[in-house]
Design a protein around this ligand. Sequence first.
Ligand code: ASP
Length: 307
Amino acid sequence: MRYSLAVHGGAGTILKTNMTPEKEAAYHAGLRRALDAGETVLRAGGSALDAVTASVCALEDEPLFNAGRGAVFTDQGEQEMDAAVMDGRDRRAGTVASIFGPKNPVLAARAVMEHTVHVTMTGPNALAVARKAGLEFAGKDYFFTQARWDALQETLRLKKAGEDDGDPARRHGTVGAVARDQDGNLAAATSTGGWTGKAAGRIGDTPVIGAGTFADNATCAVSGTGHGEIFMRWTAASEIAARMRHAGESLEQAARHVVMVDLKENDGSGGVIAIDRDGNITLPFNSEGMYRGSVRSGEQPQTAIYR
Ligand code: ASP
């Protein structure tokens, strides 16, 4: 059986007018590294779960993307990260919300799935699970990036002046991966710092199963990025699976409807990457761009940013 893999680096892309050829090349290279990490697992016959975990770790390690190293700052100047994994074989899932410490929050989510009887954890006990699983931790210096700090100062300044920054998508970002392995199993993983200037303690759609992350072998695997509150209210990821299951829609039809109608008509800017059990891939978004890439066995990897 053939494998398929898709990754995203968030729908909160830099406006096309502010993009330089150097930055653009760096984003493509980051996406490419994430595809390579996941594809290496899939090519060797590894599981979709291991592949999405490897891809998301590569994206978390890349400071250009809003997850792990390079995560955005809350209105209190802290970094609070959300992450999730889901295994389509049995719908097992693990998520962490509002954590700081593990270098790769997606591994902390996976530790919750594999080492506890729970799905979602936060606070000191979530960190204790990660520590017990032997995960690597890092301090503020590792996670800090000047660009994210400057973005927070600008967001706070605009907020104080009662002004809109004209492009809310700029403050967003997330990373994610979905895969189908050679055994036909699906998995999804997502990781984010949330929004620049979000209220401390706010939790987004990423660690909410069925909102920003979902996987079920019977239908599809989905990882979302965008205005998290709207993804939660429209249960975006599981709605795609539900439309396939109950209305007989194709992956493409179901994902398109959720992104272009449910989300778009309700101020839910963003997009999803999704894969079905036949290995079809769809990457719809309703924002100016979405950092994204995909690869299938026997094909060349593709990466893209704008429409
Ligand atoms: N969905 C993320 C959140 O709301 C942000 C994003 O993907 O842009 O936390």
